[in-house]
Design a protein around this ligand. Structure first.
Ligand SMILES: Cc1ncc(COP(=O)(O)O)c(C=O)c1O
Length: 323
């Protein structure tokens, strides 16, 4: 008798249908035509803005100075690279990011995800009990899709020009009645993907207050995660300087998630100089921290061969091959 198929978890079953982001990435990988198509999906970085030379320099720097970057290609501690944590701390204080001072920063802990903000967001889905997740509408669809596959129920609250409508949020929480006990956490992108709307400081403060009230009401802390993926890229001189949610947090419910992936290789790339380069160097170390040098070398060789092949075909006018 033929055995049944492998048993899948709920997450496994739902994941056997590719998510919208996976479908878009597959289409991009297979069908995108360089020089012809423009890709507006998924947030792919413009290849021309990736600081390749700096990345090479950063890798070399790390590999040449093992005394400074200890065991760079080996496993590290669970909190992440102490070098990177120190750099982020310095960056926050020097730039007065979010209006945070040394005392406030010292009362917090900085941890590094294994790979970008996504790994930290993913971590949340494993640590918190499935339930209702409050977020702003339009949603950041990539994470919200993951949340739904992981058994969470996304509750989007419309935004206006200042971000999530806190008046509606209060209303909707009220309408939940007893079900508000199912609220697991709040997830807010401070510069919205997809709309680009910047969450105003007024709203940010109100949000923290609402979630603090909710926590009091439920008799347990409800965490609020601010995803500040794009916050360091705000370039509108008229926009107010964003304040950290920590400034309004008396209860200890605020978490902030940042990433360098947007800053170092984005279309808005802010001057890749000074500490940002330092940070980047260290991030490279994190990203490749689990790889063996030999594997990196081989991967680079494969990439080189691929590029040479495509270039050769493109030069000879074979458009199909250059796809
Ligand atoms: C709002 C938001 N959060 C997180 C991420 C992912 O960040 P990372 O590339 O560091 O995983 C993105 C990427 O598009 C994003 O738009």
């Amino acid at each position: 008798m033929e055995p049944d198929e492998i048993l899948l978890s709920r997450y496994g079953t739902l994941s056997s249908i590719p998510s919208p982001v996976n479908r878009m990435m597959a289409a991009f990988a297979e069908e995108f035509r360089d020089g012809i198509d423009i890709n507006l999906g998924v947030g792919y970085v413009n290849e021309r803005t990736i600081p390749r030379e700096l990345i090479i320099e950063a890798q070399q720097e790390v590999l040449r100075h093992p005394e400074k970057y200890r065991a760079a290609l080996n496993y590290g501690g669970s909190r992440g690279s102490q070098n990177l944590i120190r750099s982020i701390r310095g960056y926050y204080l020097k730039r007065r990011i979010g209006g945070i001072d040394e005392e406030l920063l010292d009362s917090k802990e900085i941890i590094i995800g294994p790979n970008g903000a996504t790994s930290l967001l993913d971590g949340i889905t494993h640590l918190l009990p499935p339930g209702i997740v409050i977020t702003s509408d339009p949603i950041y669809y990539i994470y919200c899709n993951l949340l739904e596959r992981a058994g969470f129920k996304v509750m989007p609250i419309p935004e206006d020009s200042e971000g999530i409508r806190t008046d509606l949020l209060r209303e909707r929480i009220g309408e939940l009645g007893e079900s508000r006990g199912e609220i697991s956490f709040v997830y807010i992108v401070t510069v919205s993907n997809p709309t680009g709307t910047i969450l105003s400081n007024r709203r940010r403060k109100e949000l923290v207050e609402i979630v603090a009230d909710l926590s009091g009401d439920l008799g347990r802390k409800v965490p609020i995660f601010f995803d500040r993926a794009y916050e360091d890229l705000i370039h509108d001189p008229d926009a107010e300087k964003p304040l950290s949610g920590f400034l309004f947090d008396e209860l200890g419910i605020v978490y902030e998630i940042g990433t360098l992936s947007r800053v170092l290789a984005g279309e808005f790339c802010v001057h890749p100089a000074g500490e940002m380069v330092e940070l980047g160097k260290r991030q490279m170390r994190i990203s490749y921290g689990f790889e063996e040098l030999e594997q990196i070398k081989r991967a680079i060789e494969y990439m080189r061969e691929g590029v040479a092949y495509v270039k050769e075909r493109a030069d000879s006018g074979d458009r199909e091959a250059s796809r």
